[in-house]
Ligand binder design. Structure first.
Ligand SMILES: Cc1cc2nc3c(=O)[nH]c(=O)nc-3n(C[C@H](O)[C@H](O)[C@H](O)COP(=O)(O)OP(=O)(O)OC[C@H]3O[C@@H](n4cnc5c(N)ncnc54)[C@H](O)[C@@H]3O)c2cc1C
Length: 480
């Protein structure tokens, strides 16, 4: 009897899971194992919102495996010890897994692979979470890409993503499965119930991912190109946490969007597939420049005088109390739901790194703890892009004006009113800049700036100039 362990990590699904399908196809008995070993991810162990999601997702995976005749074997790390123990008690001869691309995970995986081989086990790894493997895409000179458009052109010039693999009908198992710790014993759920908003907003797990995708392809995808920038509309897919935890593969999303694209909806579908391309690009960059979560990709920014560490302005930003409505709406959406619309992520990040001249690393750390989709590749790229120091970054002189952004992308104010209800009575023309409302009008509606809602913590015009001067001072330095 040949037995294989499938080591689940961020591929918490049965459909289009290459390691699982290979194990089911080639082995007599299959052991689905998940090892909780956050310390192995270095400084980037999952944040609070991700832990909440992981708890739920592991429960759903266990149920799905149960429906296929098996169950999830949960263990605490270290990963190598856990895998070796399960192999020893079950007589498994192979360990199969889908690859991860973060620097910490790659180091851990190569060490585990080497040690398992030395212990006489077969190891095999598969491509399950990216459409294009980072080492397979290169410039004409064989170098990694630093700019998105040629990267995406090179990806699209390949034969393209493979078709998704169907979920196995049943998973063969030994009569006795080894011990497993209950999900609750991993202590992923916070003691304080701050996650009620997350529970309302999301359905973690593979079936939640599939219904979310179904709702998207049935409606918003056709108008994605024109509506994706409006945070108050149902214009985007909200697939990011499902993708991060691998509850659905990008291949499944790609195939569904392509096959369901309607006549007239092609532009929306193509724009959406391009966004999946940004996810690929973020992983490509992180794979080739693994130091970027801690260091600007562009050396010119080394030593740039960003403020770091705790401080009042950072706390006001984190708490959605900056006095700038679109920023506060975004930060409160993040706190309440564990997610923020992409347009607003750019606006809140720009306020922090440019107007407040606060380090992008502090912003990235807050997102890391609070986002359900916190992803080392995309978060690092998003922050470095906004700060101007990353791959294909926004130029340093592009400083989002949050008032103009609010008026343009939340024209009826629905988004701001939803997350900042204390501005509910403010007339539309002042909603994105309540400080400009004359005192007489404020009195008429009983709105007290500074009491009901904060005065802005920063003057947008002078802070813009200060940022431009600071960025100008590094302009002459050689670019890396
Ligand atoms: C400062 C900042 C931080 C960010 N941090 C993260 C993060 O931690 N995790 C994360 O998944 N995304 C991050 N993003 C990218 C983007 O905001 C989210 O992927 C997107 O908002 C997720 O919502 P959605 O699934 O509805 O996206 P959709 O618009 O429906 O796009 C579909 C998918 O494409 C991918 N995608 C879209 N835009 C981007 C992008 N700019 N970069 C990389 N992938 C993209 C995502 O996987 C997304 O689920 C960040 C962006 C910024 C500006």
């Amino acid at each position: 009897m040949r037995t294989a362990i499938v080591w689940f990590r961020r591929d918490l699904r049965l459909t289009d899971n290459p390691a699982l399908s290979a194990a089911v196809g080639e082995y007599d008995r299959v052991l689905p194992v998940f090892v909780w070993a956050p310390e192995e991810e270095g400084p980037w162990s999952p944040g609070s919102a991700q832990r909440w999601w992981l708890h739920k997702s592991l429960e759903r995976l266990d149920e799905a495996l149960g429906n296929a005749g098996s169950r999830l074997i949960l263990r605490r790390g270290p990963s190598l010890e856990a895998l070796k123990t399960v192999a020893a008690v079950t007589g498994a001869d192979a360990v199969l897994w889908n690859r991860l691309y973060e620097p910490g995970a790659r180091d851990r995986d190569s060490a585990v692979e080497e040690a398992l081989r030395q212990a006489g086990l077969t190891t095999r790894t598969y491509s399950g979470s990216l459409l294009f493997e980072p080492p397979d895409i290169a410039t004409g000179q064989g170098n990694p890409f630093r700019v998105f458009t040629p990267f995406w052109k090179a990806c699209r010039a390949t034969p393209g993503p493979r078709s998704p693999i169907p979920a196995p009908d049943s998973i063969p198992r030994p009569g006795d499965l080894p011990d497993s710790v209950p999900v609750a014993a991993l202590d992923l759920m916070p003691c304080i119930r701050w996650y009620e908003g997350l529970e309302e907003a999301w359905r973690p797990g593979e079936s939640g991912a599939l219904s979310q995708l179904e709702a998207f392809v049935e409606g918003p995808v056709a108008n994605y190109a024109s509506r994706r920038d409006y945070p108050g509309l149902e214009g985007v897919s909200r697939m990011s946490p499902h993708l991060h935890f691998g509850e659905i593969s990008p291949h499944s999303i790609w195939a569904t969007v392509v096959s369901r694209s309607t006549s007239g909806g092609e532009r929306g579908a193509e724009a959406f597939l391009r966004e999946l391309g940004w996810r690929e690009f973020a992983h490509h960059v992180l794979y080739h420049f693994p130091e970027t979560p801690a260091k600007p990709m562009n050396d010119r920014f080394t030593g740039f005088p960003w403020r770091e560490g705790p401080g009042e302005a950072l706390e006001a930003w984190q708490g959605g109390r900056t006095g700038i409505p679109i920023v506060d709406a975004g930060m409160r959406q993040l706190w309440e739901t564990g997610w923020m619309h992409n347009r607003v992520r750019m606006v809140v990040a720009s306020l922090l790194v440019k107007n407040l001249l606060w380090s992008w690393k502090d912003g990235a750390a807050w997102f890391w703890d609070t986002l359900v989709d916190a992803d080392l590749a995309s978060n690092t790229m998003g922050w470095q892009w906004t700060a101007g120091c990353g791959a294909d970054a926004a130029p340093y002189f592009r400083i989002f004006n949050p008032v103009i952004q609010g008026e343009k992308f939340d024209p009826d104010g629905g988004y701001v009113r939803r997350f900042v209800p204390e501005l509910g009575c403010v007339p539309p023309r002042y909603l994105h800049k309540p400080w400009e409302m004359p005192e007489s009008e404020r009195r008429k509606i009983g709105f007290r700036l500074g009491a009901d809602y904060p005065e802005p913590i920063v003057d947008l015009a002078s802070s813009r100039k200060r940022a431009l001067d600071a960025f100008q001072s590094i302009k002459g330095r050689a670019e890396s």
